[in-house]
Design a protein around this ligand. Structure first.
Ligand SMILES: NC(=O)c1ccc[n+]([C@@H]2O[C@H](COP(=O)([O-])OP(=O)(O)OC[C@H]3O[C@@H](n4cnc5c(N)ncnc54)[C@H](O)[C@@H]3O)[C@@H](O)[C@H]2O)c1
Length: 255
């Protein structure tokens, strides 16, 4: 499918990787609904992206909110054919804290947003996409999830985050297999360390240390590099049912 023909729903669309995907799609001539829990940046982002960008406030971990948002997205754009999950939280913390073990609620919240939220968006999007008129090869839509390299080599303090991202990697193939009959592809990108507000909040020396550990190129990833992979996945129909690392050959160390 051409990026220019995208009618995309992008969770976490007001910041970082999600915003970069939205910008790329809109610059290519497509249309996007940005879903986000935090509406504070909505007005300035919409002004920046122009009239083919829309915003709907929704929490990806709420079934009712995402169902309603997806319905609204279909009404605003006249359908959807791309769904990109970029909403996520770090949820860092050791399993055994100094005073007590990690409260179960912390673990559950991370899994709720990162894993259940990704499933929630995907199933709701696929429900709408199945009614699309089939394009070339019978294609009706593309779903792109965001995991992390922490799905494979999580660091100390990332038990919850890695569990949530590992779940995203795990559901990619069964979902892609199930949706073959509808012509809906499912792919996951596992980013290394990218310059986004999630990471830019860390001190400068942490950035330098992170960059030094990235083999080549020895720097943090640019959100546009993530967006250009997402765009390639949209355009290249032979990508289906797998997870792609985008990480400059990074392998996270234990800490
Ligand atoms: N930045 C990195 O280095 C990096 C690396 C690996 C994976 N990731 C993953 O990429 C995704 C995007 O990360 P980012 O760096 O752009 O982060 P970010 O914090 O810049 O953006 C995340 C967005 O998601 C939104 N969000 C959070 N919880 C939500 C919820 N419950 N419902 C709806 N929206 C919600 C936030 O408001 C924010 O706008 C996340 O899943 C993250 O785990 C990022």
């Amino acid at each position: 499918m051409q990026v220019a023909h995208s009618k995309a729903v992008i969770s976490g669309g007001l910041s970082g990787l999600g915003l970069a995907v939205a910008r790329h799609i809109i610059n290519a001539g497509g249309e996007a609904v940005l879903l986000d829990i935090n509406e504070s940046a909505a007005a300035s982002v919409l002004q920046d992206l122009g009239e083919r960008a829309h915003f709907i406030q929704a929490d990806v971990s709420s079934e009712a909110q995402i169902e309603a948002a997806m319905q609204q997205a279909v009404e605003r754009m006249g359908g959807i054919n791309v769904a990109v999950s970029c909403a996520g939280i770090l949820g860092a913390g050791r399993v055994l804290g100094r005073e007590a073990p990690m409260p179960l609620d912390n673990f559950a919240r991370t899994v709720n947003v990162n894993l259940i939220g990704t499933f929630n968006l995907a199933k709701s999007a696929a429900w709408q996409m199945q009614n699309n008129t089939a394009g070339e090869d019978g294609e009706r839509g593309v779903i792109i999830n965001t995991a992390s390299v922490a799905a494979f080599e999580g660091q100390i303090g990332q038990a919850a985050y890695s569990a949530s991202k590992g779940g995203v990697v795990g559901m990619t193939l069964p979902m892609a297999r199930e949706f073959t009959r509808f012509g809906i592809r499912v792919m996951t990108i596992a980013p290394g360390v990218f310059h986004t507000p999630m990471v830019d909040g860390m001190p400068e020396e942490v950035h330098a240390a992170l960059a030094a550990k990235i083999p080549f190129p020895s720097r943090l990833g640019k959100p546009e590099e993530f967006a250009s992979l997402a765009a390639h996945i949209i355009e290249n129909r032979y990508f289906n049912g797998t997870t792609i690392r985008l990480d400059g050959a990074t392998r996270l160390e234990p800490k």
